[in-house]
Ligand binder design. Sequence first.
Ligand SMILES: *Cc1c(COP(=O)(O)O)cnc(C)c1O
Length: 399
Amino acid sequence: MSEVFTGSFTQQEPIPEEGIEAACAVLRSGRLHRYNLAGGEAGEVAHLEQEFAAATGARYCLAVASGGYAMACALRASGVQPGDPVLSNAFTLAPVPGAIASLGAVPVFVDVADDLTIDLADLRRQAASSGARVLLLSHMRGHICDMAALMEICDAAGVTVIEDCAHTMGAAWDGVPSGRWGRVGCFSTQTYKHLNSGEGGLIVSDDPEVMARAVLLSGSYMNYDLHASAPPPEAFGDLRRDVPNISGRMDNLRAAILRPQLRTLEDQCARWNALYRLVEAGLQATPGLALIRRDPRECFVGSSIQFLLRDWPGRRVQAVLDRCRARGVALKWFGAPEPSGYTSRYDHWAFAAPPRLPQTDRVLAGLVDMRLPLTFTREDCALIARIIRAEVSAVWQAG
Ligand SMILES: *Cc1c(COP(=O)(O)O)cnc(C)c1O
């Protein structure tokens, strides 16, 4: 009898009791809106913003309604206009080109390299030829490129970097937290990310003008003085009549849930990495399977794992997925002809009229992806790796 895994790849941990209690207190108060404050209280959202700014070392932080909203808000606050080209990763998820498209701007996709980071040679070429003034850099699935090299390319080309850190909250490159290399860092607190409030987003920056614009855009009306982690009121003087109010605020309920989670983020990241290393070790030296090389300067968070079945015909990759699924292991494939579930790729995003990218096509054709929720045990991870290893080997040998 072959082993079967019976756990769930989509089950996150419960909200900590402390968060549930704080949420109940907000509910009992009735004051869910962030600016509905009584008797000198700062409010859960303002506290969360201060704490997240401190955690990332940023001067300013703004909490918003989603990660997608955070990216669109950061792009708009950075001056992106309708029709502008905006560089971004060809390997990312739909909310990233979606954020660009929400402004009427046009995504320009940059190739993915073999280690799943943005291809810096292609970035250099496209920064010179596309006319784009902004790069929305997605640290997709937590893979962080050489950030010093990327910043050098972008600085030289006059390209502003906005980081999509949906998969890198708690991560760093060469000791600098993810989200702190570019002008703006954008995070998500949607259920499948590193903090869970159902939906939610966070923006960090040191730039007072960008952040004042972001606060006004997010729907602050003239309540910007109630922000504890925003530029001083003078920074809003010239902007407050010019910047439209595009409501996307976070509420006190979500912030209440997030604050206790933020306090344990570091420990949670260590737990993810322990699970990641177990699966990685279990897949080591599987014939036909290539693991992704991780740079020693990359302090990543292993909340998911990827591997390549490089240059395998599609029907054999599909056979691996089918055989693993039959044994309870849910894998996702970026080479599938049709978008499915949360997984799609650049050539499915017809609204952006993407050109063909042969290098990216080749990487994505063999790219398999798996979630690692913290509800998995060490034994679960060892079992999952045994199943993948057996099924990849079986299909490889039959080939
Ligand atoms: C989840 C995600 C986001 C943000 O998504 P929201 O659901 O809007 O919070 C951004 N980028 C990537 C790569 C994501 O996976």
